[in-house]
Each structure stands twice: as structure tokens, then as C-alpha cells.
Write a protein of this length. Structure first.
Ligand code: SF4
Ligand code: SF4
Length: 104
């Protein structure tokens, strides 16, 4: 089954820390003011911090509404973790189930 991400956005929803950045995202953050603006540091204990994207009302701050659904407002600059999650993957189906959408 094919899923349309522009009618979904389930994998862009979650608690604080859901969308995390790693070292591979350094260049993207440096190159994109829009991405850099929504990066927040999260205290994960033991003196360690991790970079995450700001969440607003349970959704990534970059997730915007369109007339027909949703869209990532920083799509070309989105972090690696977003690029790795493809429609129809196990993580996609889990996110869809979690947010009350069909997964089959
Ligand atoms: S990858 Fe899956 S969960 Fe994420 S927006 Fe697309 S269809 Fe929805
Ligand atoms: S950066 Fe874009 S693709 Fe990634 S979680 Fe946020 S809205 Fe979704």
C-alpha cells in the first residue's frame, strides 16, 4: 500500500526530543537558518545534551498545514533522521498506527 506523506505527517509527531540531530546534520544546520531556528538543546542527563527539533503541540515545529494536509516547511533542509524514514517502512507504519491512521 502506498501512503501519501502530504496527507499524513504521523512520523513528525511526538514528544520533546522525538526529532533528533546527529553530527551528520552539522552542515545542514550551518547552511539553513530555518533549520537552525528550531534546533533546541535537550538535557538527557549526566551532563549530556542532545540537539532536537522544537515540538509544538506534539508536532515538529517545521510541520505546516496545507489546504489538503501537511507539509514539512524545511523539506530540503530536514535532518537525516527524517530522510531515513521512508513511507511504508516499519517506522512509518508504527507512527501511523500510533496516531490513529491506517497502517495496512
Ligand atoms: S513516512 Fe509514513 S508516517 Fe511519515 S508522513 Fe509519510 S506516510 Fe506518514
Ligand atoms: S523536519 Fe520536517 S520531516 Fe522532519 S519531523 Fe519536522 S516536519 Fe517532519
Amino acid at each position: 500500500m502506498e501512503f501519501d506523506c502530504l496527507e499524513c505527517g504521523a512520523c513528525c509527531r511526538g514528544d520533546e526530543g522525538w526529532v533528533h540531530l546527529d553530527a551528520d546534520d552539522d552542515a545542514r544546520v550551518d547552511a539553513s537558518a530555518a533549520l537552525e531556528r528550531i534546533v533546541v538543546l535537550m538535557d538527557i542527563g549526566n551532563g549530556h545534551m542532545k540537539r532536537t527539533l522544537r515540538m509544538i503541540d506534539g508536532a515538529c515545529a517545521a510541520l505546516g498545514k496545507t489546504t489538503t494536509g501537511v507539509a514539512c516547511s524545511i523539506y530540503s533542509d530536514r535532518p537525516g533522521v527524517c530522510r531515513e524514514l521512508s513511507a511504508g517502512s516499519t517506522q512509518c507504519l508504527a507512527a501511523r498506527r500510533l496516531h490513529g491512521m491506517t497502517a495496512d
